[in-house]
Design a protein around this ligand. Structure first.
Ligand code: ADP
Ligand code: MG
Length: 300
C-alpha cells in the first residue's frame, strides 16, 4: 500500500493478488467470479488525477455508496459484502487497510453508457442549452437561467470514453442503437426513479443533488444491476441547499477548494496535475466527511 505524507492511500497493493486495474479513483482486483473494488484517496479534478490524496476520501465514498445501495431496496445491485473476513484469502490479510473502503462485488457485463439524471441546468447541460435549446437531443422550454431547477428531471446519457478522454453526450436514440429498445427504456426509467428518490431524501438533509451518474451492468442471469459507485460526491453534483442561488455555477459541496486552487494557479486541465497544498487537502477532507455525515448520519 502506498500512502502519502498525510496518510492518504494513493495506490493499493494486495500481496498474492495480481496488480489491479486502476481507475481514476478505484483499484479493481479480479478475484475470479467477483471483483474487489478498493476506493483509494486519490482525487481527480477536470479529469486529471492529483499526485497527492485526501485522507479518508475512499472511506467516505464507500460509506455513501453503501448507504444508497441499501436505500434502494427495489433495485438489484452488485454489492456482495464489505466484510473483509469474507474476502478471498490474500485480501483478508490486508483487512486493516481495506476495511470501510472496499467492496466485494459481482462481476457484471458493463453497459458502456453513463446514465445521467439532471434535475438542474448546469455544467455541460447548461452550455448545450445555451447553444441549442436542447440537452442530449431533449428540447427544453426557453427561459431557464444557469443552475435553475428543471420542471422535470431529464435522462441525459453519455458514452463512457476510454481513460483520459472526456465522455460525450449522446441521444436516447443512440442508447437504443448501442443496446436495444427494452434495455434503453429500463436504463432511463431506473435512472430517473433512482435520482428522484435520492433527490427527495437528500433535500430533507440540506443537500441538493443537481445531477448524478449511474452505471449499470448485466449479471449472469441477464438481470440489470446497479454497479460502480452510487450518488457520491464524485459521481454527482452536491450543493449545500442553504447557499443555492441561480444565475451562476453554485460551488460544489466537496471539490470546490481543489478547483479554486487549480484555477488560482492557472492549471490548464492537462496532466501532470500539481501537488495540492496541505491546507487545501485538510479543508477538502472536512467537506467529504461532512457530506457523509449529513447524508447518512454516520461518521467513517
Ligand atoms: N460490478 C462491476 N463489474 C464490472 N466493472 C465494474 C463493476 N463496478 C464498477 N466497475 C468498473 O470499475 C471501475 C471503477 O473505477 P473508477 O476509479 O470509478 O474508474 P473510472 O476512472 O473509469 O471512473 C469503472 O470503470 C467501472 O465501470
Ligand atoms: Mg468512476
Amino acid at each position: 500500500m502506498t500512502y502519502d505524507r498525510n496518510h492518504a492511500l494513493i495506490e493499493s497493493a494486495i500481496p498474492g493478488l495480481p496488480p489491479p486495474r486502476r481507475g481514476k479513483v478505484r483499484d479493481i482486483y479480479d478475484v475470479g467470479d467477483a471483483l474487489l473494488l478498493v476506493a483509494t484517496d486519490r482525487i481527480s479534478a477536470f479529469d486529471c488525477v492529483m499526485p497527492n490524496g485526501i485522507p479518508d476520501k475512499g472511506r467516505v465514498l464507500t460509506g455513501i455508496s453503501r448507504f444508497w445501495f441499501s436505500f434502494f431496496d427495489w433495485m438489484p445491485n452488485h454489492l456482495l459484502t464489505m466484510d473483509p473476513d469474507r474476502y478471498p484469502e490474500p485480501a483478508r490479510a490486508c483487512a486493516a487497510d481495506l476495511e470501510g473502503r472496499s467492496m466485494l462485488v459481482r462481476k457484471a457485463r458493463c453497459i458502456p453508457v453513463e446514465c445521467i439524471a439532471r434535475g438542474y441546468l448546469v455544467g455541460s447541460g447548461w452550455k448545450e442549452y445555451q447553444r441549442s435549446g436542447m440537452v442530449c437531443g431533449i428540447p427544453l422550454r426557453p427561459g431557464y437561467v444557469q443552475a435553475e431547477q428543471l420542471d422535470e428531471p431529464i435522462f441525459t446519457p453519455s458514452f463512457k470514453a476510454e481513460q483520459g478522454l472526456h465522455d460525450e453526450n449522446i441521444t436516447y436514440e443512440q442508447v437504443i442503437a448501442m443496446t436495444n429498445a427494452a434495455t434503453a427504456a429500463a436504463l432511463r426509467a431506473s435512472t430517473l426513479r433512482l435520482y428522484g428518490e435520492a433527490r427527495d431524501c437528500a433535500a430533507t438533509r440540506g443537500i441538493l443533488i443537481a445531477d448524478t451518474k449511474f452505471e449499470f451492468g448485466f449479471d449472469d442471469q441477464g438481470t440489470i444491476r446497479l454497479i460502480d459507485e452510487v450518488l457520491t460526491p464524485d459521481s454527482s453534483r452536491f450543493w449545500p441547499a442553504e447557499s443555492y442561488r441561480t444565475g451562476s455555477n453554485p460551488p460544489s459541496l466537496d471539490k470546490q477548494f481543489v478547483r479554486d486552487y487549480l484555477e488560482s494557479i492557472g492549471f490548464q486541465h492537462q496532466p501532470p496535475a500539481p501537488e495540492l497544498p496541505d491546507e487545501v487537502v485538510a479543508r477538502t477532507r472536512e467537506k467529504y466527511l461532512a457530506a457523509l455525515e449529513q447524508l447518512t448520519g454516520s461518521a467513517t
